[in-house]
Design a protein around this ligand. Structure first.
Ligand code: FAD
Length: 489
């Protein structure tokens, strides 16, 4: 039987393994860490459990689909609920706004709170849907690097409607066309951060992202975000995929332009097909040293990273929900620092995720598990100890201003993760969260393809390649890989 190997057990690696298994391959996953999931795993500190990375879950049907490949009801492994409240927003001047998952309610409340017309809000959300409908089949579900993609009806439709896609304006410019209130513009600008980009640079087409959150909805897995990778890991084991932990792949071995084997602990293990879930930049530098790397692709600007404080808090906050944003007073300055100065602005936007609001087992009664994240520049050798103590003070000040609290008195346990730690744990070059940024209109075309043009039988999945980062796109990368690989012998 044809044997496939997957390098890495990130969400895209596990999804690729499941798809290849369903296609008829025998599959082995090699993971350098002693846990599966890559960025999507879990840490425990004292009595608190925290999700290490992702906290926002959209498009759960892409996870369900993987169980469906084996005629298994997803609910046997993985359950989730839809959130009624999407996010709570806070500003220092005391303004607060809660985004309801009910679009009609959102439009009514946003119009009132930001003194905008309901029609503008309706038009905006309609346009985000149009953008998604026009481009998702082309940009997200197919390889952009195969000629027949460009012959499809969907491509022609996108080309005819290119004016509606706002490719020549930035997201900020598009949002300013629709709205006057700076805080509403800021709220919609934030969606650029969903793929680690700047709203002042990323093209207006990115205003399709709110469609995923507002029209598709946001969800929370029953046992927290790590439930996604852990339930899929269990499924993989149950359908006969071999998962090898603590097995770092050192090289992809090839012969006459065909990938043949993986070098692990000095031994060559032969495979008919190899799927690399390691960040593609690191893969060329470490696993494919003798292959000429695609310089232009690899020189693309990386997406932003994150600095995270995991705090066990011995108090509960009624004004907070699962997702909370405490906005900076100067968003443009924050992105200038992130992407140009490569440090933190003195007034950062603070994101607080509290999974124990929904997953009661994550903290004891009367306590909350706070995942406090600020967008961070990528790791370019900054002094992270100094940066962490600088930003910790600013984060605490922001929280206290917005919530009227003295949060420093309630931090019972603390763990900190910097961009350098993310790079070390996942081999993501410079610790970027989403591979390359989308800070220019050609970014989609400049991501690495899902296959190697140099080596036969070598494919790529995950956040650093097409179609991009974030759980839904990583899952789609696995689908594209599985569509590209040949039927097994
Ligand atoms: P990764 O998770 O990067 O995993 C790659 C795996 O490969 C790792 O396990 C690594 O150990 C392994 N590996 C690498 N090299 C080797 C080797 N040589 N041998 C063996 N194994 C190897 N996304 C969302 O959708 N929503 C969010 O809210 C969100 N927030 C985020 C917050 C943070 C702090 C972070 C870090 C990420 C966030 N993301 C979010 C992004 C999301 O986590 C990623 O896009 C996604 O999880 C990446 O998955 P991946 O399959 O590309 O692989």
């Amino acid at each position: 039987k044809s044997q496939a190997a997957i390098i890495g057990s990130g969400i895209a690696g596990i999804a690729s393994a499941l798809r290849l298994k369903a296609k008829g391959y025998e599959v082995d996953i090699f993971e350098q860490n002693d846990y599966t999931g890559g960025k999507l795993h879990s840490i425990t500190k004292g009595e608190y459990r925290f999700d290490y990375g992702p906290s926002l879950f959209t498009m759960p049907h892409l996870v369900d689909e993987l169980f469906g490949l084996f005629d298994i009801d997803p609910k046997e492994y993985f359950q989730y609920t839809r959130k009624d409240t999407i996010c709570n927003y806070f500003w220092e001047d005391g303004k607060r706004f809660q985004v309801s998952a009910n679009t009609k309610t959102f439009i009514k409340e946003a119009a009132k709170s930001f003194d905008e017309s309901e029609e503008h809000l309706e038009d905006y959300l309609k346009n985000t849907k149009t953008k998604y409908d026009l481009t998702s089949k082309l940009f997200l579900e197919k390889s952009l690097h195969k000629f027949d993609t460009y012959l499809s009806k969907d491509t022609l439709k996108a080309i005819f409607n290119v004016g509606k896609l706002h490719l020549d304006s930035s997201l900020n410019e598009v949002n300013k066309k629709y709205f006057d209130h700076p805080k509403l513009i800021q709220l919609f600008n934030r969606f650029a951060t969903y793929n680690g980009s700047s709203p002042y640079k990323t093209p207006g087409i990115m205003s399709m992202i709110p469609h995923l959150e507002m029209n598709y909805g946001t969800f929370i897995p029953k046992h927290g975000m790590h439930d996604i990778s852990q339930s899929l890991t269990q499924l993989a084991k149950d359908v006969g995929i071999s998962i090898h932990l603590n097995q770092k792949v050192d090289e992809i071995v090839y012969e006459k332009n065909t990938a043949k084997a993986l070098k692990i602990n000095g031994d060559d293990k032969a495979f008919d097909l190899i799927v690399c879930n390691m960040d593609v930049y690191s893969a060329y530098n470490i696993l494919l040293k003798k292959i000429k790397a695609p310089k232009k692709t690899l020189s693309q600007e990386r997406s932003s990273s994150a600095l995270i404080f995991y705090w066990g808090i011995n108090k509960t906050f009624r004004e907070l929900d699962l997702h909370n944003i405490l906005f900076t007073e100067d968003y443009e300055k924050e992105f200038d620092h992130l992407f140009n100065k490569k440090n933190f602005a003195e007034d950062p936007t603070v994101y607080i995720n509290i999974s124990s609001k929904e997953v009661k087992e994550d903290a004891q009664e009367g306590h909350e598990n706070w995942f406090v994240m600020v967008n961070a520049p990528t790791n370019c050798g900054q002094d992270w100890t100094a940066q962490t103590s600088y930003i910790r003070e600013k984060v605490i000040a922001k929280i206290n201003k917005c919530l009227g609290s003295k949060i420093e008195n309630h931090i019972e346990v603390e763990h900190v993760v910097t961009p350098k730690d993310i790079e070390f744990a996942t081999s993501s070059f410079q610790g970027s969260l989403y591979g390359t940024s989308s800070n220019n209109k050609f970014a989609s075309f400049l991501r690495h393809p899902n296959f190697s043009s140099k080596l036969k039988n070598l494919y790529f999945c995950g956040g650093s390649v097409h179609p991009g980062g974030g759980i839904p796109l990583c899952l789609l990368s696995a689908k594209i890989v599985s569509d590209l690989v040949p039927q097994p012998q």
